[in-house]
Design a protein around this ligand. Sequence first.
Ligand SMILES: Nc1ncnc2c1ncn2[C@@H]1O[C@H](COP(=O)(O)OP(=O)(O)OP(=O)(O)O)[C@@H](O)[C@H]1O
Ligand SMILES: [Mg+2]
Length: 290
Amino acid sequence: MVGLAQRIDTAQGSFEPSPGSSATGPASRSGHPGASPQRAGASLDIQQVSHAFDLDGSTLPVLDQVDLHIEPGEFVALLGPSGCGKSTLLRLIAGLEPPSEGALQENGQPITGPHPSRVVVFQDPTLFPWRTVWRNVALGPEAQGTLKQQRQRVDQTIDRVGLSQFSKAFPHQLSGGMAQRVSLARALVNDPAVLILDEPLGKLDSLTRLTMQSEIVSLWRNQGFTAVLVTHDVEEALFMATRVIVFSERPARIKADFKVDLPYPRHRGDPRLAELRHQSLSLLGLDASW
Ligand SMILES: Nc1ncnc2c1ncn2[C@@H]1O[C@H](COP(=O)(O)OP(=O)(O)OP(=O)(O)O)[C@@H](O)[C@H]1O
Ligand SMILES: [Mg+2]
């Protein structure tokens, strides 16, 4: 289990020269309809990536020749059976570990470690209980020594996730959905070029979950980052993403890769979503009568 300090450290801590565009000026691209991005999202290239773990002295192959190009500003959802290797792929994209084989690039530059341009949001918000909402969100700028100049940005980001009224609250005074919004704000305050989401809504009740899906989409449309989302929820993937990748059982191979050709805001009752849901469930080996 990775501790909180380590997660923050690895997600934000290494300040090698930026491979991403997050340190450059305002975005000029238009990765998705209706977006008015402040900064460009980065492209990602996953080139023939295979990965294996050592398990009890034997090798456990987890990723098998995964080859994927993600355009700047795409919202890509990854679906696949439990234990197939989705979180492992996210860890490789985040630079938390190197692949056994193959290469990963952000904006054409090799990913050699964690970088503030790629930020991960986990299922568990992992906030510091002794820090207020404001001071939890301020962690990144504080670690980078830029908090003095970024105070307003911290305020704005808290406002963007709808928590201005709670900026002085402590984590135990928040609901689960609110805590997860703090976690999102903590990621977004760093203006990531790539936002990596590992089942960020997995522990929320279904109503909060639906609200948060729309909120994340709206943040993505406003900020223009590239989003890579792992979820077990097929409808969530189809409602949020511009593109869905379906993986096989472990070792994960790409089984399908398709665009969700619907504009935003999307309507959950859209017949096209029902069609894509049917298609995705069959790809996941579930009976098509669902
Ligand atoms: N550090 C590790 N050491 C050994 N094996 C590992 C390690 N991390 C993950 N694994 C193994 O790799 C496989 C893939 O794990 P991963 O967490 O990537 O799956 P996942 O697709 O995210 O699953 P889930 O949907 O349940 O979250 C699992 O079999 C897991 O046991
Ligand atoms: Mg996982």
